[in-house]
Design a protein. Sequence first.
Length: 252
Amino acid sequence: MLHVKSIPAFNDNYIWLNISEDNRCAVVDPGEASQVIDYLKANSLTLSCILITHHHWDHTNGIDDLVRYAPNAKVIGPDVHPIPQRSMAVGDGDQIDVFDHRFLVVGVEGHTDDHIAFVGDGKLFCGDALFSAGCGRLLGGTAEQSLNSLKKLASLPIETQVYCAHEYTAANVAFALTVEPENDALHLYREEVNRLRAQGKQTLPSTIEREKRINPFLRTQEPTVIQAVAGRTAADDELAVFRALRQWKDEF
């Protein structure tokens, strides 16, 4: 299995490193480069590829410097918006090899119209499409796209580890508890999240199993969630519930 290392960036981003047994490295969504390069040098790692989930600057700004540092590194990302130094464009259903592991590319539009995720080795690198107890704002895609994308991710094996690109968990849990105040799994998770953050530790990765129990955006068919948004939408179909949830979270 690949070893995953997190490198914090900006206020709340995570840059994920996949490290093979022979010290090759794949970097996911490098918004910054300097701390990645420092880690590569300190641990004698060879940067082989850079995986990009979408075009936002906090996921791409480090690409140019990383490619200057490692000119042979492939840059793999979606072919919708310009990605610096992109050498391979991929989309939904494509497969790529990350060292000796096959990763599936999943189209997860919604947060943006170009968003993809990478799934392999029991791991999901989902950028801003899915957060622990939340999901990304609609900044280019539609609510229908986002809902369909989240349903794709929810269908992954429940043991899949979820590597999101931001440390938003505590705020997301606060919102989720407003939606489902009697969700016991959420109360237990809040205690765990508060303990981890008080110790300066990250809350990620999560798992698909956990998210299906605590993430309101994956629970739009649950009676408790439908009832929670009843005053915010006249309809009770899944898309209407999702739209109401997303607007509520945007205002939260």
